[in-house]
Design a protein around this ligand. Structure first.
Ligand SMILES: Cc1cc2nc3c(=O)[nH]c(=O)nc-3n(C[C@H](O)[C@H](O)[C@H](O)COP(=O)(O)O)c2cc1C
Length: 317
């Protein structure tokens, strides 16, 4: 699959998830075979004002490349300036958020709000396109009503402005995460634009990747929640795509992944910040396994990296 001039190894992508798809998590996804990872959404205002916290969201590691950086905002000039900053920082791809429906974001006219303002969307995308040469994508929802018309209009505008691919999570902005993603909207989008279409929403297991490709004709498949604590979903889906036998990860494999997660988190955040973060995150990887609630109780009390590593060895060993 190709996005602009960027050639991807396979059609699998990690969905951006604020608070989750930080650098350590993205590295695990890439190591499991996911072809493209995306940062959490990054405020353009924070970027142009030089916020340290915002800049941290764009920190990267060679092993996760190619990296897409997702920005959100509403002001064309600020969006343009932020896009230039992202390009200057060395991201491989730039993604514009048209899907976030959180009130704080929509109220400022950003995220999903742009799907009901086609003229403003066009101005923003033209401004960004004129300012950067990076491959450019948008990630949208169905819009504010379920028909999918707003998505088709937004995707055509994006294509006309020189956007290189369109990702869609086909739920309405009002729906939030309720109900089901309407994959028929992905299929309609695929019929409406010539640029690659990336389908997203409700992939729960590796089989769903093939089903989404079959039912919608999408070029890429983006996985979000099902990858939390489960980066192996990418390896399993790749096996299915390549008609190889696949299976669930065994305990040594899980142990190795969780140890790498701790190591990458300490590398990136430093031990003092990483340890409290890992207290909840390690639980993602043991969910549903025998004795996982006792493991969670144990790690909730741990105060340093070595104790965490020991607890993980004890659990998976
Ligand atoms: C905790 C969380 C944070 C999210 N943050 C973002 C974000 O920063 N940018 C974005 O475009 N979508 C965000 N999303 C939406 C996901 O990218 C994705 O579209 C959605 O979860 C549907 O895909 P899934 O069913 O595979 O999870 C977020 C979703 C979750 C659950």
């Amino acid at each position: 699959m190709k996005i602009g001039n960027l050639v991807l190894d396979n059609p699998l992508m990690l969905a951006p998830m604020a608070g989750i798809t930080q650098l350590p998590f993205r590295r695990l996804a890439r190591e499991a075979g996911c072809a493209l990872v995306v940062t959490e959404m990054v405020s353009v205002k924070g970027l142009v004002h030089g916020s340290k916290k915002t800049a941290e969201l764009l920190m990267s590691h060679p092993s996760e490349r190619p990296l897409s950086a997702q920005i959100f905002g509403a002001d064309p000039e600020v969006m343009k300036e932020a896009a230039q900053i992202v390009q200057g920082l060395g991201a491989d791809l730039l993604d514009v958020n048209l899907g976030c429906s959180v009130r704080k974001v929509v109220r400022q006219g950003a995220g999903a709000a742009l799907m009901r303002e086609p003229e403003k969307l066009e101005t923003i995308l033209k401004a960004i396109r004129s300012a950067v040469s990076l491959p450019l994508t948008v990630k949208m929802r169905t819009g504010w009503e379920p028909s999918g018309e707003q998505a088709i209009i937004a995707a055509r505008i994006a294509e006309d402005c020189g956007v290189d691919a369109v990702a869609i999570h086909p739920r309405t902005a009002i729906q939030g995460f309720g109900g089901r993603a309407d994959w028929s909207v992905i299929a309609r989008l695929k019929d409406s634009v010539a640029v690659p279409v990336i389908g997203n929403g409700d992939i729960q297991g590796p089989d769903d990747v093939l089903r989404m490709q079959r039912e919608t004709g999408c070029d890429g498949v983006m996985i979000g929640r099902a990858s939390i604590g489960n980066p192996w979903i990418f390896a399993q889906a790749l096996d299915l795509i390549n008609s190889r036998p696949t299976g669930r990860p065994d305990f040594p494999n899980r142990l190795d992944t969780v140890l790498r997660y701790i190591e990458y988190s300490v590398d990136h955040f430093g031990e003092d910040r990483a340890v409290p973060m890992m207290r909840s995150r390690l639980g993602w990887f043991t969910k549903g396994l025998p004795r996982s609630s006792r493991f969670r109780d144990t790690i909730a009390r741990l105060k340093n990296r070595q104790d965490m590593v020991d607890a993980v060895h004890a659990f998976f060993g």
